[in-house]
Design a protein around this ligand. Structure first.
Ligand code: SF4
Ligand SMILES: [Zn+2]
Ligand SMILES: [Zn+2]
Length: 310
């Protein structure tokens, strides 16, 4: 396998040819920078909060956002924000990797824990919240993470939250919403999340939107980011992981399937957003915590209420 650009040994087989280490790194970075420009993910004057976990996606997006700012000499500051959900045998290690990375690249890191904020770790909370159901921890984790990211990014003055979602994550989310006929939720996907701007919500953007999981993994490896390629112990459970297996299976048989899903979705997205805008209920403030909510009490506080009643 030879690089199509320089005849050196190739490290990655792509749909349109094979690339060596140097050309793959250039190709990957160019793709991320193009995504940022095309969807205007970073403006000329911003305070960016990178949602970081210490995994390969978050370290890659942290590194490349910083590189993009420096390359374009933007008047933009950047910090990392990590949520510690307290997942045993997993989160402490990824946070350690993240701290080291932030020290090395001179990035300010803030860590917020669910234990301090809600009085419980995810491991403690989900067996109580999901008792009597077949639900996995991810529903509790997702609500708390989104809540804490938004709240603390805003508190710290961020104008945008950068997330490390890659093309595989997005293709999975699109198919999950499709299978469950959640067209309203699908409208919140895309390189720029959300349907409309609201003072209490910090807009979330995804620079790795066009990068396959395997490309991101290889990039992190080639750049020597010290990432433990461990996954959350709960990640093999549930609907998403079955969708992931299905898409990987299809991709192996029909190369380009995942990109095809993304391209079709992007063609439909303006219509979905338009429809969702017309139907969007008014955002209220949670009576308990003051954060944005669709009902009187926000979902994060509802979980805390369930915990309080044991
Ligand atoms: S796999 Fe589920 S529990 Fe683990 S970090 Fe992701 S959402 Fe949270
Ligand atoms: Zn080459
Ligand atoms: Zn609340």
């Amino acid at each position: 396998m030879k690089c199509q650009m320089c005849e050196k040994q190739a490290v990655m087989k792509l749909q349109h040819g094979d690339l060596c280490k140097t050309h793959f790194i250039d190709y990957f970075e160019e793709k991320v920078f193009k995504t940022i420009k095309k969807y205007q993910l970073v403006g000329r004057q911003e305070v960016l909060c990178v949602a970081a976990s210490g995994g390969k996606d978050s370290l890659t997006v942290l590194y490349l956002t910083k590189k993009y700012i420096e390359k374009n000499q933007l008047n933009v500051s950047l910090f990392a924000l990590a949520i510690d959900e307290g997942i045993a045998n997993y989160r402490a290690k990824t946070l350690e990797d993240l701290k080291q990375f932030c020290d090395e690249y001179n990035i300010v890191l803030h860590v917020v824990s669910t234990k301090e904020e809600f009085g419980a770790t995810l491991d403690e909370a989900y067996p109580i919240v999901n008792r009597g159901t077949k639900k996995k921890p991810c529903n509790v984790c997702g609500v708390w993470r989104r809540y804490l990211l938004n709240k603390h990014a805003r508190r710290l003055g961020a104008t945008k939250v950068i997330t490390g979602h890659n093309l595989d994550d997005e293709a999975q989310a699109i198919m999950m919403n499709m299978f469950k006929a959640n067209t309203d939720l699908a409208a919140h996907l895309g390189p720029v999340s959300g349907v409309y701007e609201h003072g209490l919500f910090v807009q979330r953007v995804k620079p790795l939107y066009m990068c396959l999981e395997k490309e991101t993994r290889l990039y992190a490896l080639l750049k020597g980011f010290q990432v433990e390629f461990t996954e959350c112990p709960y990640s093999n459970e549930g609907f998403r992981s079955q969708i992931q297996d299905m898409l990987n299976d299809f991709e192996a048989k029909y190369r380009g399937t995942k990109q095809g899903i993304i391209n079709s979705f992007l063609a439909m997205l303006p219509l979905l957003k338009e429809k969702a805008k017309q139907q969007e209920e008014e955002i209220q403030q949670c009576v308990k915590c003051g954060e944005p909510a669709h009902q009187e009490v926000c979902n994060a506080c509802k979980i805390v209420e369930v915990l309080a009643h044991g």
